[in-house]
Design a protein around this ligand. Structure first.
Ligand code: FAD
Length: 779
């Protein structure tokens, strides 16, 4: 069994910085939780929420709670927002310790209500319901609640907390203990407040009441955490009094409370740094060891019955590593609706393991590997077009919390970026240095998925692909080892992850060499008449190919609308701050067709990328998208695209620029080897069959495809994404780095030994860098 430890700090207002320093010290010493008392009527104390917010900003890991919050002075609907707000800001570190109220005259003096003990219990019960209702990400309607104490008349939802905030109650009396058994996630009590002479007896009797009420309510008593506030003095000599002696005596005093009375969290009430340190260094490890030896892991805290009831088949939920438990999200959790779907695809995973360090990635991966028959997704930004970072009933490792961006070497323009960062944040972080890293056109996309496959964005013609800038990566391989890969360290792996990265492990950090960018760039948005669709596409393609490399453009066409002219949205970025150079670059594009609307501005690259919201993903259903790379928009390609669009084969058709710097790279340099195309076409369809019917005639004109714009994960598509020799090499490497095919739930490259059984032998004479059909498009 793993114990948890917290501190309890007096929030004195005479030296606020000392209070915060104690919390920071607690984090540095490895405590799990920092708590502060809440007596809002006491002029000598800092306000608990304000203080917790400040502590949250000064710490990174430690969890935060009031011990305990004064409910009568904090209306629950407001409390729900306070806690959710802080939980969001503090990245899921908030716990809710609630108290029904005491010191009633002081509460009255602050304008608070007076409550009988029975009313206080009722109020607490209703408050729990209101909090949980307002934190439920699965419901959108506003809350109406008619209780005996509280009425909530249409409270709007949101903000939602980052994680399911556990609610524990501070209590001593039977009525409140029964409420804990029925509803709460924890019981918190101060050992010194229990009747002197029979404190353990009182603790046992309290536990028995909680347990009986829990069973009566159909709960397992092990769902309810027992939290004990303790205080003492470290002395050199052993004595008879509780926690009055050397650290070894503290261990002797506390161990039975954990082993026999089920206490799983000890909170040390002390404002003395030395005491916190001695406890952390000399009591906690010894106590963990003693209790760990006496109690099996199965006596660990259980998730609430309401959560366990919604568990999916085949997942060993109770074996989730301890370090991942707090942040893991299961179908029964209130936060589940926030993490189940991706941007493009609806999902219902059995568990989402949110990780925040390499060690946690390794633990999560080991857990996933114990479930070889389940779907397994790796998520960074959740924007995968194929949507494989969610699934149905399987495991997802979510790296969104690993999102740091740092400059490693200013002179060499070397930056380190973690996979959970979003490209808009990358652009914003690089802007003060005068740099930009080519990525994509949408700031919400995550670094992990894009930078393992390609990266086609608004600087593509000038800077190439995102992967062309990668200089190293840290990757957790299928066997759990962390390796650094670069041109000189595991170079074959480095070759593979630049194009087929999702197949080889979980990248936990990338190093990129970035380029300077003009402080202001030209940014154009044109709405153009595309009635002459085929001709329009051809002219756009020719204009882009003739444009200077500083210009990168894309066009988007939606489904035609009856009675309305067909329009295209043309976007273009010119990396120049010179208005005349921008106009010169854009004019040939503006001339290809009548303009319905145009907007050209001087702005920053980071502003162009700041185009996404941070809302939770709410993709539904199965996306269908196809992609193909062409050298030129030839009359035939334009005609076939016209047929696709005009016959409603697609509701979203897009062409993006490749060419320029993309094609400067040696096709053999990395797994992404399509270095002759000038454009990548992509289309999304409402019907797979209909899209494919119109896509098939285009196929002979394609020189490969870009996996990140695809949803078809069949071997046939993978054989188009990677030319035969490349695929051959990838399969051999896959056999070496992921022989069990752990990373299979995406565009899977079968390990070499497996494919020998059935697939056609790769054509070794095919030069790397040419797709099977490349060269057909010279019409
Ligand atoms: C609105 C939108 C706009 C887009 N615009 C562009 C664009 O302009 N240019 C462009 O090139 N692409 C673009 N894309 C496609 C985008 O590159 C891919 O969808 C990419 O995979 C998204 O990365 P992610 O981390 O957000 O996605 P996720 O869904 O989190 O991941 C996608 C896949 O990548 C793999 N993966 C994720 N993280 C890791 C990791 N750390 N290590 C190893 N494998 C990992 C997994 O297999 C996962 O299924 C766009 C997508 C959307 C939805």
């Amino acid at each position: 069994m793993r114990l948890e430890f917290g501190t309890f700090i007096t929030p004195g207002s005479d030296d606020p910085e000392r209070v915060v320093a104690l919390a920071v010290l607690a984090e540095a010493l490895g405590y799990d939780l920092v708590t502060v008392q809440d007596h809002p009527y006491n002029p000598g104390l800092l306000d608990a929420w304000t203080l917790l917010g400040w502590i949250a900003g000064k710490t990174e890991r430690i969890r935060l709670a009031a011990n305990v919050l004064n409910l009568p002075l904090r209306p629950p609907a407001v409390l729900a927002r306070s806690a959710a707000s802080l939980d969001l800001l503090a990245d899921g570190r908030v716990e809710m310790g609630l108290g029904a109220g005491a010191f009633w005259p002081a509460i009255g003096a602050m304008g608070g209500p007076q409550r009988t003990p029975a009313e206080a219990v009722q109020a607490t019960s209703e408050a729990i319901d209101i909090l949980r209702e307002l934190w439920d990400a699965g419901t959108r309607r506003s809350l109406r609640f008619r209780g005996e104490v509280y009425t909530v008349d249409g409270a709007a939802r949101g903000p939602l907390p980052r994680h399911d905030i556990p609610i524990w109650l501070g209590a001593r009396k039977p009525r409140m203990l029964r409420l804990i058994g029925r509803k709460a996630d924890g019981w918190s009590v101060t050992y010194g407040f229990l009747p002197e002479g029979d404190r353990r007896g009182e603790l046992r009797r309290g536990n028995a009441i909680v347990d009986a009420a829990a069973r009566e309510a159909g709960r397992d008593p092990r769902e309810i955490r027992r939290i004990l506030n303790v205080t003492g003095t470290f002395l050199s000599e052993r004595g008879d009094a509780f926690l009055q002696g050397p650290p070894a005596q503290w261990v002797d005093d506390l161990a039975p409370l954990a082993i026999e009375d089920g206490v799983s969290t000890f909170i040390l009430m002390s404002d003395d740094g030395a005491t916190l340190r001695t406890f952390a260094q000399e009591v906690i490890p010894a106590l963990q060891e003693r209790v760990g030896a006496a109690l099996p892991a199965s006596s660990d805290l259980l998730r609430p019955a309401r959560v366990r009831a919604k568990r999916r088949e085949g997942i060993a939920y109770d074996e989730v590593p301890a370090s991942l438990r707090t942040a893991a999200v299961e179908p029964g959790d209130l936060a589940y609706a926030r993490v189940r779907n991706t941007y493009m695809r609806g999902g219902a995973p059995g568990i989402v393991l949110k990780v925040s360090s390499v060690a946690e990635v390794q633990e999560a991966l080991a857990f996933a590997r114990r479930h070889p028959d389940l779907p397994f997704g790796v998520r960074s930004g959740g924007h995968g077009i194929s949507g494989r970072s969610t699934n149905d009933g399987g495991i997802v490792i979510d790296l969104s919390g690993m999102n740091r961006i740092e400059v490693l070497d200013e002179a060499a323009r070397l930056v380190r970026i973690e996979p959970g960062a979003r490209w808009m944040d990358v652009a914003a972080a690089l802007e003060p240095h005068g740099w930009a890293l080519t990525s994509g056109d949408y700031g919400g996309v995550g670094v992990g998925g894009l930078a393992t496959a390609g990266g086609v964005g608004f600087l593509a013609r000038e800077q190439g692909l995102t992967i062309d800038h990668m200089r190293a990566a840290e990757i957790v391989l299928a066997d759990g080892t962390l390796v650094r890969t670069s041109a000189t360290e595991h170079p074959d792996l480095f070759w593979a992850i630049r194009g087929a990265g999702a197949n080889f492990g979980i990248v936990t950090a990338f190093e990129f060499q970035v380029d300077p960018v003009s402080p202001q760039v030209g940014w154009a948005q044109f709405v153009m008449d595309a009635s002459d669709l085929g001709g329009f596409l051809e002219r756009w393609g020719a204009a882009v190919e003739a444009a200077p490399r500083a210009l990168t453009s894309e066009l988007i066409i939606g489904a035609p609308r009856r009675g309305q002219p067909l329009v295209a949205m043309v976007l273009a970025l010119v990396d120049s701050g010179d208005p005349q150079a921008i106009v010169n670059a854009l004019q040939p594009i503006a001339d290809i067709a009548p303009l319905y609307q145009q907007r050209v501005v001087l702005t920053t690259y980071a502003d162009v990328m700041a185009n996404a919201s941070r809302e939770d993903h709410n993709g539904q259903g199965e996306p269908v998208a196809r992609s193909g790379i062409v050298r030129h928009i030839t009359p035939r390609v334009a005609q076939l695209a016209e047929e696709l669009i005009l016959n409603n084969g697609t509701y979203f058709f897009q062409i993006r620029s490749l060419g320029g710097a993309v094609n400067d790279v040696d096709p053999e340099a990395m797994a992404f080897s399509h270095r002759t195309g000038n454009f990548v076409l992509s289309a999304m369809g409402a019907s797979r069959a209909r899209l494919d019917a119109f896509w098939a005639p285009l196929q002979p004109h394609f020189a490969g495809l870009y996996l990140n714009f695809e949803t078809d994960v069949t071997p046939e598509r993978i054989a188009i994404a990677f030319p035969p020799r490349v695929l051959d090499r990838l399969r051999l490497l896959k056999a070496r780095y992921d022989p069990d095919n752990v990373f299979r739930d995406n565009f899977n490259i079968a390990p070499a030994a497996t494919i020998a059984l059935g697939a056609a032998a790769p054509d070794r004479d095919e030069p790397v860098g040419t797709g099977a059909h490349e060269g057909h498009d010279h019409a």
